[in-house]
Design a protein around this ligand. Structure first.
Ligand code: ADP
Ligand code: MG
Length: 478
């Protein structure tokens, strides 16, 4: 018995042609595996320049505008969403009956969108809970269309809403799965379907609380959905289809000659995703780890390319100390708590991070200060004002006594990360990294080594971020 989970990203279902291509890939997979489960994102970018609609973005923008009292935006969004989905149905679903039925379902989901936006407008505010109910509509439309396209290729296929079986906590916008319940419900719902010879097409991104309230797994969350489902079903493999030839050595929009990395360890992949490689949701690997389920990232539009294989043990022939990839996170602030008198005051670090955590902000990296006279850490830029206020309040006595000079932030910052196996064993690597940045005249404001010791991160000025990525990328060829 072999089971594969195939995930298709937004571009892979961005228009009728892409949907036909994804359906063909899924259809071919049903010949190679006993069972296939398909997971889909909402319709994303189309290759057609006249169609610039990315569905989830449009849903969220319209909902936010509605909260501001704007009644126009969501009605216009509805028309654009209808055009995009009906064109996709027309071009990707061959059976007239099926087209009619799916159009009807899409129409109902668009009605739900309009009703939800209308009530958001009346309320004059949008809660994270309402945002999640609206944000997930795109996947529900896409799953129905992709299932119709697969039926057109002769695969028995049916759309499923993951909110019926992926159970999460209630942290709306980035909910965490409750794995025991999820496993039980996913198996209960999907195994009989698979036994009956049907290939389910499941919505990515969306889930629900135990009480059935819709949640989402965070932006890019369909990757996470696919691995949650794969873990629940004890799948043999996850194939994650996107619009590039696998995981590349850098963001191809920044480094034009970035190359495909053939094999990455789970740790390296997690580190890359965490430090900004948007190709996979940062949590994607976690559910697969326990069961060692291999994941392959592949290109929908170049399916014969091997892509990138994620493995759980470093390959024997791995050359340690070679930089494999460079990633970046933009729009961050470097916050510093500093003061010559800090050294004598116990617990400053603990109080600093407790205060940050209380503000509900997660810290990207903490810099290893060479002295005890300062603590530096990096947070999303939009959270900096609130964090600064909270820290100044927390330390107001120490500031008054001049033990702490103050709490400051550098807001034009970016984090650049070099990812590589065996940084620990190869002291020369950090030398090469800093040497390269130094010769390019790029100033490094703070440094941190990842806890897994397969990455090294540096804070640079936002304006120098892309250049820093390109300079470090040269080292991936060394
Ligand atoms: P999908 O909708 O298929 O999930 P995403 O847009 O989420 O696709 O992720 C794929 C995109 O990630 C690529 O088109 C590429 O522009 C971007 N990207 C950024 N960094 C990397 C990287 N290191 N490797 C591959 N793609 C990357
Ligand atoms: Mg994605």
């Amino acid at each position: 018995m072999t089971l594969a989970v195939l995930k298709f990203g937004g571009t892979s279902v961005g228009d009728a042609r892409a949907i036909r291509q994804s359906a063909q890939i899924a259809c071919d997979a049903t010949a190679r595996y006993d069972h296939v489960v398909v997971v889909t994102s909402a319709m994303g970018k189309s290759a057609d320049p006249r169609d610039s609609v990315k569905v989830t973005d449009m849903l969220l923008q319209a909902a936010r505008a509605a909260a501001q009292g704007d009644a126009e935006s969501y009605q216009r969004a509805r028309r654009l969403l209808a055009d995009k989905h009906f064109a996709a149905i027309e071009g990707a679903v061959p059976s007239a009956d099926d087209r009619w039925r799916i159009s009807d379902e899409v129409e109902q989901l668009l009605n739900a969108f309009e009703t939800l936006c209308a009530s958001v407008r009346v309320l004059g505010e949008i809660t994270p809970r309402a945002l999640d109910a609206i944000a997930g509509l795109g996947e529900r439309m896409a799953a129905r269309i992709l299932a119709g396209a697969m039926r057109g290729l002769g695969v028995r296929s049916e759309a499923f809403d993951a909110s019926d079986f992926i159970v999460t906590d209630n942290r709306f916008q980035s909910a965490a799965p409750l794995m025991t319940l999820t496993r039980e419900r996913t198996r209960g719902r999907l195994l009989p379907v698979l036994q009956a010879g049907v290939t389910p097409v499941v919505t990515g991104f969306i889930a629900a609380t135990e009480q059935g309230v819709p949640t989402t797994l965070g932006r890019g969350g369909s990757d996470y959905s696919a691995s949650i489902i794969a873990a629940a079903l004890d799948a043999d493999e996850v194939l994650n289809y996107t619009d590039v030839d696998g995981v590349l050595s850098a963001d191809p929009r920044v480094v034009s000659d970035a190359h495909t990395i053939p094999v990455l360890t789970a740790q390296e992949m997690s580190e890359m995703a965490y430090f900004g490689a948007s190709v996979l949701h940062p949590m994607t690997i976690a559910p697969l780890l326990e069961r060692n389920i291999p994941l392959r990232v592949k290109n929908t539009f170049n399916p014969s390319h091997h892509g990138t294989l994620i493995v759980y043990r470093a390959p024997e022939d791995q050359r340690s100390g070679v930089i494999k990839a460079v990633t970046a996170i933009k729009n961050v602030s470097l916050v510093t708590v500093a003061g010559a008198g800090m050294r004598g005051v116990p617990g400053i670090a603990a109080r600093t991070f407790t205060t940050v955590a209380r503000s509900g902000v997660s810290v990207y990296m903490i810099s290893q200060a060479s002295s005890e006279q300062s603590i530096c850490f990096v947070i999303p830029r939009d959270t900096a004002p609130a964090v600064l206020d909270a820290l100044r309040e927390e330390f107001k006595e120490e500031i008054r006594r001049r033990e702490i000079d103050g709490v400051t932030s550098f807001d034009e910052a970016a984090i650049v990360t070099a990812v590589s196996a065996g940084l620990r064993d190869t002291p020369g690597v950090s030398g090469r990294v800093f040497g390269a940045l130094g010769s390019a005249g790029i100033n490094v404001f703070a440094i941190a080594q990842g806890s897994s010791e397969c990455s090294i991160s540096m804070v640079v000025a936002a304006a120098e971020c892309d250049q820093a990525v390109r300079v470090l990328h040269v080292l991936t060829r060394a």
